[in-house]
Ligand binder design. Sequence first.
Ligand code: ATP
Ligand code: ATP
Ligand code: MG
Ligand code: MG
Ligand code: MG
Ligand code: MG
Ligand code: MG
Length: 279
Amino acid sequence: MANSRFEYVKSFEQPDVLLPNTWIVVRIDGRGFHKLSDHYAFAKPNDRRALDLMNAAAVEVMKELPDLCIAYGVSDEFSFVFHPNCQLFERRNGKLVTTIVSTFTAHYIYKWSEYFPERPLLPPYLPSFDGRAIVYPNNRILRDYMSWRQVDCHINNLYNTTFWTMVLQGGMSNTDAEQELKGTVSADKNEILFKRFGINYNNELEIYKKGTVLYRQYELEEPKPTKSSADEESLVVESQQSRSQQDKIRKLRRKAQVVVDHVDIIKDEFWEKRPWILS
Ligand code: ATP
Ligand code: ATP
Ligand code: MG
Ligand code: MG
Ligand code: MG
Ligand code: MG
Ligand code: MG
């Protein structure tokens, strides 16, 4: 690298390395998607194609970044989780966030026409995403983070489903529906849906009620292996692995299939059935 009298400006760059040995969550969120979804006429309250496109872009991010353990998406947001022993970009905040955001956005735009063939993207309505990194010091808090997002999905979806049913099927104005829903609890909304519209909320699609979880599928998912191969073992005790072993794990991860699922991630069952995700 050439020395020059200008080089001192490099020293103005601030370090932004994230705390070691913590879970890193990068959450991205669509910018102005309320407007964007209107412009491209997303179905209300849930446009299935828009969700499938989000999930397809997120799968590509998982494939490109084997350090990611799990991701969870709802609406126009996705949370990507790096393991505490992740050393990608020396754990630099800016590098991790911008790489996720730009990789995701690139795939989202690249795949758009596959999901919305009749609605080509046109400026100024181009999708963009913001992103942030948050670190969590232990598994319990990471799981509470994931639960927080899924509870949010549930609360918003119940509200949106009730609201849009009142408007689209009940012929109510947006303001009247909003007014009536003010101060209601979940049971009230379930009752409005069922008594007035004959809709049992439980029968709504899982992708709408639960959001989307992405994780890597390894051979060891049930039935539990009786004998564990060296590879499988290395996945489990990964936290104490050497560099070369970590490279091996990264290769395994790259080969593993990314699963797209719409299931409860709040209860223990999901995690107990897939112990490698947090190990
Ligand atoms: P990274 O890719 O990890 O973010 P970077 O962006 O700092 O690193 P590069 O993108 O590889 O580095 O290059 C940017 C340019 O900045 C280099 O070509 C070099 O001229 C200059 N540069 C990078 N690091 C230093 C340094 N430590 N001291 C002086 N100049 C540097
Ligand atoms: P900001 O830039 O602050 O994030 P925003 O307009 O994107 O603003 P959000 O709170 O992120 O606001 O909400 C995203 C909005 O995008 C939703 O409220 C909804 O209107 C719309 N949206 C996102 N995904 C879908 C979908 N699959 N189907 C229908 N509408 C969607
Ligand atoms: Mg936002
Ligand atoms: Mg948004
Ligand atoms: Mg959002
Ligand atoms: Mg660079
Ligand atoms: Mg460069």
